[in-house]
Structures are given as structure tokens and as C-alpha cells.
Ligand binder design. Structure first.
Ligand SMILES: NC(=O)C1=CN([C@@H]2O[C@H](COP(=O)(O)OP(=O)(O)OC[C@H]3O[C@@H](n4cnc5c(N)ncnc54)[C@H](OP(=O)(O)O)[C@@H]3O)[C@@H](O)[C@H]2O)C=CC1
Ligand SMILES: Nc1nc2c(ncn2[C@@H]2O[C@H](COP(=O)(O)O)[C@@H](O)[C@H]2O)c(=O)[nH]1
Ligand SMILES: [K+]
Length: 485
């Protein structure tokens, strides 16, 4: 990456401070851009879902992995829950979407409670193992909540066989204006296909492990028995380990990393598969080098940019994210490692700029909290707008949960160091309510940015990008106007 006209900035910058200029390009189509990440994780798009309790669960993990990204499960979930989630993700189909299932004798209220869990807009009704109907929200309007589903469902359903080719399925869905079709394996339900899902399967490649199963990562804190915890996660089947703490450049992290790396190396010796270890968060070249020396493959960069984060307000500590990513990625690459840009992403442009600064992948938390697939429950405000509640991992709410097994005194002590917000409303975008809708908009923005820079891969983009520094007025000029001036 170069600064336009060689004008190196004299102060640190964040995404809003930066613009990118187009260069002569030989990239003939935005669809031809390859977004495979250079961090050796195996993700085919540069998106990582943050290990935040309000965001990252099994639905998020499988949905994002099907489109090529990866989700990091939070560190404050029990091992048995992690094992269950990883097994569910690994058991999910790489093309067929996981259906919402209701029983024919369930009531309309059950269907309504489940419909908001995914973006399909409908659930499959089963009688035993046999699909006998489909129920959508429109079927539930103006009927009593206790009405049995079989009284309101559509029972004339069209199904497709699991061997059907996707073009013909797309045709069926389009011509019949169906929200989705159940896919059958014999008499059994193998999944569902939506129109957008079929389209996406042609545009994205899933992020898969060597056995062809969807990928998922998990986070580990730096306290306790890091080696055993890492090994347990590896045995559960996770595809990347994230050693995560607010202040990554601390001795405890430097002691914990070799333990995690030892567990990883033993696992590799036994299974032949070497899993990448990401660690953070840091914002300096010195922090990056120390964590790589201690055993990290990927450095997580970002202190304070997160939407749920109050660290900078509480402590004054942090660093504008674009400069942090730029400095850390340069240091990492000198040592053969990569970085993830973690936090502060609000628009597709921020992902493109993080990649220009040298990130191999970009972590997103809060933006994805406002989707059907995030871990929280769907709620609606006084005006009927849908939202999910989100909270920071260093908020009183998360700390309380994480320290629940400690003494009352320990918990009260931990609660003093609050660096995140406990309640926020992340509204679902009316036109982009599902995480895949957001992924579509991010990835199309990134592909387009690459073609403006004349780059057809992440490594080429970070070489070729030319950026400048803009004023607040320059940033404002780039914003669309939904009403007149
Ligand atoms: N990217 C960011 O800007 C930030 C991210 N977070 C996220 O919040 C979650 C919780 O992280 P964390 O608070 O580290 O919790 P952890 O439970 O992982 O504990 C962190 C450990 O580091 C010690 N420590 C020393 N200095 C600090 C410091 N300045 N901040 C935090 N811990 C310190 C703590 O000891 P002691 O408690 O005795 O001080 C504790 O032993 C993580 O998911 C993290 O990514 C949190 C804040 C900032
Ligand atoms: N200082 C804090 N940082 C937090 C907290 N919870 C999460 N995080 C960090 O934010 C990113 C996600 O950023 P976002 O802008 O996409 O939401 C996450 O990966 C963590 O590094 C917190 O409570 N305090
Ligand atoms: K912030």
C-alpha cells in the first residue's frame, strides 16, 4: 500500500480518515477476484465473526462458513456447549441450508418464536420425519396463537431431491415465487434451499476443513490451564484457536502462547493437521513481534475500535485502527505471519481499507449482532422495528457471566474493571436482515474495491492500494443522501 503522492501522514488514522484512489486495472470482472485469505486458515472470504456472546453461536457459525468466512466461539461457553456447537456446525451441509423445523402438532406461537432464528422466512413442518407442510409468518397472521400448525400451514408443498441441479432448483423457486424448498434424501429432510441461497452457492465457496466439513474457531482466555483448554478445543474439532485478551501485549499472554502452541503441535503430530493460532489484541509492531516470537501465527489487532468498547473512554488507551493495522501487518509479514483487523467495521469500505492496510482477514462483531443468525433473541421496539440486544465482552454483564464460578469478592473485584457496554440495540436492516445479506454487501464492496485498485487477490490488493488522507468534509461528501440537502 502507498500513500497518494508519497504524502505520509503525520498522525495516526482510522478508516474514516482514509480514501482510496483508483488505479489502471487489468481486472476485467469483479467476480474474478479471488478472496482466499493469506492467513492459511482456509477461509475463502476475509471475514471472521468476533467471539462475542451476543453474536457468535452455532447458527452464525454454520451460516457464515457456508459462504467462506469463519466464526470464533466465545471463551466463556462451557466445553460441552462448545463440543455440541462444533458438532452441529460440522454436521451441517455445505450447500443445503439448515431448516427451521416445527412439528405438525405444534402451535402457531412455536412457529412464530422460531421463524426469527433464520432468514428463510418459513419453517418446514414435519410429521414424524416426513415433511408435510411449510409455514411462513403470513400464515400466522390473524389466527389464535394456540392454533395447531396443520390448520394454517401450506400443505401442497414442492420438494426437490438432494441430487437436483441447482439451476433447476433456482428456476423452480423463481417461477413459483416460493420462499424455499425442502430438499429430500429419500423420505428424509436433508435441508432447505432458498433462492438467495442457491445464488450464493454459485458465488461463494464454503470454508471447509480437510474432511470437507464447515469450519469454526474458538477462543481461549489467558488464565487457567491454557494447554488443556486448547487441546480440548482441538479435540472438539475447531479449525482455528484464538488466544484472546484485552491487553494482548502482557507477560501472561507471552507465557500462555507457548502452552497453546505446544498443545497444537502435539495435536498436529498425532493428526497431521496444524491449526493456526491467532492471538491479541495488540496495536504496535513491538506487540506483534513479541506474540509471534511466543508462538502466534496470526496477530489480532485493535484496541478500542469496537462498537461495544469503552476502553478508550475509560483509559485513554488504544490506537486509530487503520494505522494500527498498517504497522502491525508490516511487522507481522516481516516475520512470515499475518494479522486480523479486529473491530470498528461499520461499512463495507472499512473491510476494504483494513485489507489495504495489510490485514489477512477482518473481524466483525456488533454489525453482525443485528441479524437473524446472531446468538440473541429477536425483539421489536415500539415502532415494530426488529433488533437484537448486544453487549461487550468486557461489560459488567459479560464479566458477571464469565466469573460466575468465582468467589463473591473476586467477582466484585472483576466487575470494577468494566470496559464495555452491557446493553445496546442492534437493529436488523429492513432490506438486509440476515448475516448473509450483510456478507453479500461487504463482499461485493470488497470485490469492487479490488478491481478499482487493479488487484485480483488479497496479497495483490495490499501491494497495489493507493490511499490518501481526507478531512471530515471529504468523508461526508462520500455519504449518500436519503433526503435532500
Ligand atoms: N479489543 C479491545 O479493545 C478489547 C477487547 N476486549 C474483549 O473482552 C474480552 C475479555 O477480555 P479481558 O478483559 O482481557 O478478560 P480475561 O478474562 O481474558 O482476563 C484478562 C487477564 O489479563 C489481566 N490483565 C492485565 N492487564 C489487563 C488489562 N489492561 N485489561 C484486561 N486484563 C488485564 C487480567 O488480570 P486482572 O483482572 O487482575 O487485571 C486477567 O488476568 C475479550 O474477548 C477481549 O477481546 C476487552 C477490552 C478491550
Ligand atoms: N474494549 C472492549 N472491546 C470489546 C468488547 N467486546 C468486544 N470487544 C472487541 O470488539 C471487537 C468487535 O468489534 P465491533 O466493532 O465489530 O463490535 C471484538 O472482536 C473485540 O475485540 C468490550 O466489552 N470491550
Ligand atoms: K469504541
Amino acid at each position: 500500500m502507498k500513500f497518494l503522492n508519497g504524502l505520509e501522514p503525520t498522525h495516526d488514522l482510522t478508516y474514516n480518515d482514509i480514501f482510496m484512489v483508483p488505479s489502471r486495472s487489468a481486472v476485467v470482472s469483479r467476480s474474478g477476484v479471488d478472496l482466499l485469505t493469506p492467513d492459511s486458515v482456509g477461509t475463502t472470504i476475509p471475514l471472521v465473526v468476533s467471539n462475542m456472546t451476543a453474536v457468535a453461536g452455532k447458527r452464525m457459525a454454520e451460516t457464515v462458513a457456508r459462504r467462506g468466512g469463519i466464526t470464533i466461539l466465545p471463551q466463556d461457553i462451557s466445553l460441552s456447549a462448545i463440543q455440541d456447537m462444533v458438532a452441529r456446525v460440522k454436521g451441517a451441509h455445505t450447500v443445503f441450508e439448515t431448516p427451521i423445523i416445527v412439528d405438525v402438532n405444534d402451535s402457531v406461537s412455536t412457529a412464530l418464536a422460531l421463524l426469527g432464528k433464520r432468514s428463510h422466512g418459513a419453517a418446514v413442518v414435519l410429521d414424524g420425519h416426513r415433511p408435510v407442510g411449510i409455514i411462513a409468518e403470513k400464515d400466522c397472521l390473524e389466527v389464535d396463537r394456540f392454533t395447531p400448525i396443520h390448520q394454517v400451514m401450506t400443505s401442497e408443498i414442492i420438494t426437490v431431491d438432494k441430487s437436483a441441479d441447482l439451476d433447476s432448483v433456482f428456476e423452480t423457486l423463481s417461477t413459483r415465487h416460493l420462499p424455499m424448498v425442502p430438499v429430500l434424501d429419500g423420505e428424509h429432510l436433508a435441508g432447505v434451499l432458498t433462492r438467495k441461497g442457491v445464488l450464493r452457492s454459485g458465488l461463494y465457496s464454503p470454508a471447509v476443513d480437510p474432511q470437507g466439513r464447515l469450519m469454526v474457531g474458538a477462543a481461549v482466555g489467558i488464565n487457567g490451564d491454557v494447554k488443556t483448554k486448547t487441546r480440548e478445543l482441538l479435540d472438539a474439532g475447531v479449525d482455528v484457536i484464538v488466544l484472546d485478551t484485552a491487553h494482548g501485549h502482557q507477560e501472561k499472554m507471552i507465557e500462555a502462547l507457548p502452552l497453546a502452541a505446544a498443545a497444537r503441535d502435539e495435536f498436529a503430530a498425532q493428526t497431521g493437521r496444524r491449526i493456526q493460532i491467532a492471538a491479541g489484541n495488540v496495536v504496535s509492531a513491538a506487540g506483534t513481534r513479541d506474540l509471534i516470537a511466543a508462538g502466534a501465527d496470526i496477530i489480532k489487532v485493535g484496541v478500542g475500535p469496537g462498537a461495544m468498547c469503552t476502553t478508550r473512554m475509560m483509559t485513554g488507551v488504544g490506537r486509530p485502527q487503520f494505522s494500527a493495522v498498517l504497522e502491525c501487518s508490516q511487522a507481522a509479514r516481516e516475520l512470515g505471519a499475518e494479522v486480523w483487523a479486529d473491530g470498528g467495521v461499520k461499512y463495507p469500505r472499512d473491510v476494504a481499507l483494513a485489507l489495504a492496510a495489510g490485514a489477512a482477514s477482518v473481524m466483525i462483531g456488533s454489525w453482525f449482532a443485528g441479524t437473524y443468525e446472531s446468538a440473541g433473541d429477536l425483539a421489536s421496539d415500539g415502532e415494530g422495528r426488529l433488533f437484537k440486544e448486544s453487549f461487550g465482552m468486557a461489560s459488567a454483564r459479560a464479566v458477571n457471566q464469565r466469573t460466575r464460578h468465582q468467589s463473591a469478592f473476586e467477582r466484585a473485584r472483576a466487575a470494577l474493571f468494566e470496559e464495555g457496554i452491557s446493553h445496546s440495540r442492534m437493529y436488523l436492516h429492513p432490506q438486509r436482515p440476515g448475516v448473509e445479506d450483510l456478507v453479500d454487501s461487504i463482499i461485493s464492496g470488497v470485490r469492487s474495491a479490488f478491481s478499482y485498485a487493479g488487484a485480483d487477490s488479497i496479497t495483490e490488493f495490499r501491494e497495489r492500494a493507493i490511499v490518501g488522507v481526507q478531512s471530515a468534509a471529504g468523508y461526508e461528501e462520500g455519504r449518500p443522501r436519503e433526503t435532500s440537502w
